[in-house]
Design a protein around this ligand. Structure first.
Ligand code: F6R
Length: 247
């Protein structure tokens, strides 16, 4: 596991973009796993810049998003579909038929989750999975206590996560109670993981993820078991780390 401590959010985002862009250049038909949330916004901004200014070509890239709220249609401005199109896809030359995001309005959620796993397999597996981390150590919507071998499925969101996400909705009552999420087992099958964290409210989660014991109570700790994981944090998120890490 490579841990890089960057000066600030901007440096973290640029370093992450370098890693993603290098893969897209080396393997133009690569499969990217993507995350939503505030953390990867800087990474997406930099990828858009690389596309516009340096011709980074996404036309053959396939993407799979980690998760989606259940009950929100794709056009809802808090759906992860909407987020991805607004913040990345509509600004780059991605082929819409290669974009995959779990469908929050699926009639048969279990069947949809099986289909999603199947699509990932058919695409040849995920080459690089981008991850954020919740203040409680969740990855995707795998909340504390999730099975470390779990697959794509529907999950109940914890009150903490609903409160953390309430800032994006008019009131907490509007925050969905369920989400479809890739499982921890699904995420761990990606050939490379890139976990990003910024800000002091992530410092404790990062401390346990990097230096604590592996436990389902902090799902991100499983990243320690991945053969090719890079964790990029800014100084604030690194504040509780005691080991020495590269800049
Ligand atoms: C989003 C996701 C979540 C976020 C996490 C951190 O697709 O999978 O696990 O990565 O909640 O969110 P932010 O980046 O908003 O702090």
């Amino acid at each position: 596991m490579l841990v890089l401590v960057k000066e600030d959010y901007d440096d973290m985002s640029k370093e992450a973009a370098k890693i993603v862009a290098a893969l897209v250049r080396r393997k133009p038909d690569c499969v990217l796993g993507l995350a939503t949330g505030s953390t990867p916004l800087g990474l997406y901004k930099e990828l858009i810049r690389l596309h516009k200014e340096e011709g980074l070509d996404f036309s053959k890239v396939t993407t799979f998003n980690l998760d989606e709220y259940v009950g929100l249609p794709p056009e809802h401005d808090q759906s992860y579909h909407y987020f991805m199109w607004e913040n990345l896809f509509k600004h780059i030359n991605i082929d819409p038929s290669r974009v995959h995001i779990p469908h929050g309005m699926a009639d048969d959620v279990e069947e949809h989750c099986r289909w999603y796993e199947e699509r990932i397999k058919k695409a040849g597996g995920i080459d690089l999975q981008v991850l954020g981390i919740g203040a409680n150590g969740h990855i995707a919507f795998n909340e504390p206590g999730s099975s470390l071998g779990s697959r794509t499925r529907i999950k109940t969101l914890t009150e903490k996560t609903r409160q953390d996400n309430a800032r994006f909705f008019k009131s907490i009552d509007e925050v969905p109670k369920y989400a479809i999420t890739m499982g921890i087992g699904t995420i761990m099958e990606a050939r490379q993981l890139l976990l990003l964290a910024s800000g002091k409210n992530k410092a404790h989660a990062i401390k346990i993820t990097v230096e604590g014991p592996i436990t389902a109570m902090v799902p991100a700790t499983i990243v320690q078991m991945h053969p090719k994981a890079t964790i990029i944090v800014d100084k604030e998120a690194a504040a509780e780390l005691t080991g020495k890490y590269e800049g």
